[in-house]
Design a protein around this ligand. Structure first.
Ligand SMILES: CC(C)(COP(=O)(O)OP(=O)(O)OC[C@H]1O[C@@H](n2cnc3c(N)ncnc32)[C@H](O)[C@@H]1O)[C@@H](O)C(=O)NCCC(=O)NCCS
Ligand SMILES: Nc1ncnc2c1ncn2[C@@H]1O[C@H](COP(=O)(O)OP(=O)(O)OP(=O)(O)O)[C@@H](O)[C@H]1O
Length: 202
């Protein structure tokens, strides 16, 4: 099974692009979704987070208060590394399990969508990397609009990742998401035809 790592900066449009590929029939494993699964109540990672960061990162119902934890870790790189040390091994394990199930089901190509593919050094687990690219002003505007963040909070999230211009250089394929949603869809469709469907046929 061929695994395409789909990455890009925060709010670059990875999830949007992945949904479009999924609509065309692609198999998708999403690291952000797995990151949510591994911190559900009862999971070991949630207990470790509370042990490291305290009860203040829990909601009254015992679920993770993502906004509270986000405020801490995006303002403090050492706190972020502690959180990653807890969550990343659990995310990787789940990703391997999901990819293995897809492999066993005879899937030809699967996308592994991960914001920190380069930062977390997991490029060796995928066969090639595609990057969803955006200029920083558009990125900032979309991030602030989607998550209701202040400019300062949005900038600190962007600063916690490898700069987008660097990521762009590392992708075999770059999907340019500076334009409209229709333009994104047109690129996805072209890539689907040229890079996935036609190859499978050939
Ligand atoms: C800090 C948390 C609780 C904030 O939750 P929130 O709901 O606000 O954001 P969400 O999880 O939807 O992530 C949104 C985006 O933030 C960026 N992001 C998330 N974690 C990190 C990180 N450790 N470093 C840099 N950027 C990150 C990614 O681009 C991601 O797509 C959450 O992001 C988290 O648990 N992060 C640690 C796990 C992780 O590294 N996830 C990234 C996928 S491997
Ligand atoms: N071409 C586009 N035009 C306008 N808005 C867009 C476009 N593509 C994506 N968006 C919007 O930008 C925001 C970020 O997109 P998306 O959630 O797909 O990014 P992401 O890379 O998955 O983000 P994250 O790393 O935070 O998970 C969303 O609100 C999405 O609806």
């Amino acid at each position: 099974m061929r695994i395409i790592g789909l990455t890009g900066g925060i709010a670059s449009g990875k999830t949007s692009a992945a949904h479009l590929f999924e609509k065309l029939g692609a198999a998708v494993v999403d690291a952000d979704q797995l990151a949510r699964e591994v911190v559900q109540p009862g999971e070991e990672a949630l207990a470790q987070i509370v042990a490291s960061f305290g009860d203040k990162v829990l909601n009254p119902d015992g679920t993770l208060n993502r906004a509270a934890l986000g405020e801490i870790v995006f303002a403090d790189p050492s706190a972020r590394r502690i959180l990653e040390g807890i969550t990343h091994p659990a995310i990787r394990k789940r990703a391997e399990e999901k990819l293995q199930r897809l492999r066993e089901a005879g899937t030809g190509t699967a996308f592994y969508v991960a914001p920190l593919l380069f930062e977390a050094g997991i490029t060796s687990r995928v066969h090639e990397v595609w990057v969803v690219y955006l200029d920083q002003e558009t990125q900032l505007a979309r991030l602030m609009a989607r998550d209701g963040l202040s400019r300062e909070a949005a900038l600190s999230r962007i600063a916690s990742q490898m700069p987008m211009e660097e990521k762009k250089k590392l992708g075999r394929i770059v999907i340019d998401n500076r334009g409209s949603r229709d333009e994104l869809e047109a690129q996805v469709l072209k890539l689907w035809r040229e890079e996935i469907a036609d190859r499978t046929k050939g």
